[in-house]
Design a protein around this ligand. Sequence first.
Ligand code: ATP
Length: 309
Amino acid sequence: VFQLSVPLNFLGSVYRELRQSLLDMETLFNLQKVNVAIKEKKDAKPLQLTKGGEIRFENVTFGYYENRPILRNLTVTIPAGKKVAVVGPSGCGKSTLLRLLFRSYDVQQGRIFVDDQDLRDVTLQSLRKSIGVVPQDTPLFNDTVEHNIRYGNLDAPIEEVHAAARRAHIHEGIVSWPHGYQTKVGERGLMISGGEKQRLAVSRLILKDPPLLFFDEATSALDTHTEQALMANINEILRDKARTSVFVAHRLRTIYDADLIIVLREGTVVETGTHRELMDRAGLYAELWTAQEMSMNEDGEIVTEAKPK
Ligand code: ATP
């Protein structure tokens, strides 16, 4: 028994680590999309957020297949502690940008820096620990609600789990489920809606509290009212902590208050600015905005798909 207890303890912590990194991998954007070719340098150093999380893309070219670039010579700076939105027509490379930041893939040309450190020079663990992602479709584990939220921070006391759920507007819902926080969700558990899943993902993120936050169409499954309430809470959290956050958004109304809006078309930056500046410019953003406003019903929901040129 004595001989076994040490290795078992050790295995316990390995299991924890493994669970956490599996979560990170899944949270990211599903397992198939992880490129196993990503290698850490032998002398890789932990990422140091010395400037508060400034992200810089320098002449970045990337494609999933050779000779089919998705991002082309892209240069842009995402300032530290600001709320930044990446918008543009479907397929222009918005989600790809986030995947490169997470280092699910490496750039083919150019460089990406976080606080002046090339992503390829820092350890993968330190990079991914610094990033929290709310993806389009949140994977849920076949486990209790409590565990599903706690994956964001395995050691968090239950009060913090509840507080995170409250801020994500899901606590009331959870306590009304058959077994409250002990309700099983996921594959064989309670079927929950896309909106509830997204709110669980936001709870996880609040609990993890990483310095860099990525939202990939994170509120797209919510109705307008819930979306606005959740966005208000996310904004409050961002303001309190001055986190660098990047929102990939289709519905422009969710991001019009961003400090900086980056407009992509066919893998390059065509415009940057605030909502006001971009509207005055009367370019692609203004065109997308007008198209969406025209296709909305009185609840602010897009009823016909905006089709930019
Ligand atoms: P949307 O607004 O529709 O979500 P997006 O701007 O986020 O689009 P991406 O998801 O970055 O666009 O995709 C850009 C292009 O890369 C698309 O043509 C897409 O088909 C392609 N693509 C995305 N993921 C992969 C992948 N894993 N393998 C191959 N091609 C991919």
